[in-house]
Design a binder for this molecule. Structure first.
Ligand code: NDP
Ligand SMILES: O=C(O)C1=N[C@H](C(=O)O)C[C@H](O)C1
Length: 235
């Protein structure tokens, strides 16, 4: 499988090593500065872990070449997500804000348990990441938020400051940044005299890379469509 990787940062470089070890032919790591080099060739699959500013030219490229796309970049706005969804009408697009198995399972679990808890428990999300991360809150925190509030029934309270008053029908989302933390996400259910807390800790980026490579193998050769970790877990 001929693969192009968009992004030359922490994820891009680790992806290249792992993809090559799995026998994929990596034609290169690309960024906005050298996109012309990619436009001159075709690949079967593009893996993007870079920055949302690359989204438009990457979409143009996969649409022209019919390559499949595994997309992991976070910090997308609603319009960006719509563009990706629209691309999946002509291309196979695999999308996840977090390619670890642990977060895929946690997302599934909290979808199931939230309806049992939300009447009596307040819900909050806390994420912690390294000091180089550009977006906040993390894409995963937003994915977990969507899982606990699929109908948008709560106010989404991004941090709190000042005389905020008593808690309303809201979900708090909090971002911590520092050091080299690969990523930690907690979903808290806070009730009368009891707290239920689920925490996922990534102790290395390799888990995201392994998940993205699995997603690449899963989506390669599939017909146009939108593919997720949930689909891949079903097999
Ligand atoms: N879905 C998942 O499981 C995971 C997703 N991610 C996401 O992947 C992305 C990359 O993460 P990571 O490798 O750690 O980040 P890095 O900062 O290490 O690398 C980012 C890459 O994007 C490029 N870039 C930065 N800003 C711009 C810009 N404005 N326009 C075009 N290119 C740009 C950088 O180039 P330069 O160095 O020249 O600025 C670099 O090549 C992030 O969005 C992160 O949240 C990360 C881990 C897991
Ligand atoms: O930037 C990172 O590092 C990570 N980004 C993703 C996110 O925003 O959720 C996934 C993971 O937490 C690491």
């Amino acid at each position: 499988m001929r693969v192009a990787i968009i992004g030359k940062g922490k994820m891009g470089t680790l992806l290249e090593q792992t993809a090559q070890a799995k026998g994929m032919q990596v034609v290169g790591l690309f960024d906005i500065t050298d996109k012309e080099k990619l436009l001159n060739q075709t690949v079967d699959l593009v893996i993007d872990f870079s920055h949302r500013d690359n989204l438009d030219w990457v979409i143009d490229y996969v649409q022209k070449t019919h390559a499949a796309l595994v997309y992991g970049t976070t910090g997308l706005n609603d319009e960006d997500k719509e563009k990706l969804k629209a691309t999946s009408k002509q291309n196979a697009v695999f999308y996840s804000a977090n390619y670890s198995i642990g977060i895929a399972v946690l997302t599934k679990v909290i979808k199931e348990i939230t309806p049992l808890l939300e009447t009596d428990f307040d819900m909050e999300i806390i994420e912690k990441h390294h000091n180089q991360k550009k977006d906040a809150p993390s894409g995963t925190a937003l994915q977990l938020l969507e899982a606990i509030d699929p109908q948008n029934a709560y106010t989404h309270q991004f941090g709190r400051v000042g005389m905020v008053g008593a808690r309303q029908k809201e979900i708090g989302i909090h971002a911590v940044r520092g050091g080299t933390l690969a990523g930690e996400h907690s979903v808290l259910y806070l009730g009368q005299d009891e707290v239920l807390e689920f925490t996922h800790q990534a102790t290395s980026r390799q888990i995201f890379v392994n998940g993205a490579i699995k997603a690449a193998m899963y989506v390669s050769g599939k017909k146009a469509g939108w593919y997720t970790m949930e689909d891949m877990m079903k097999g």
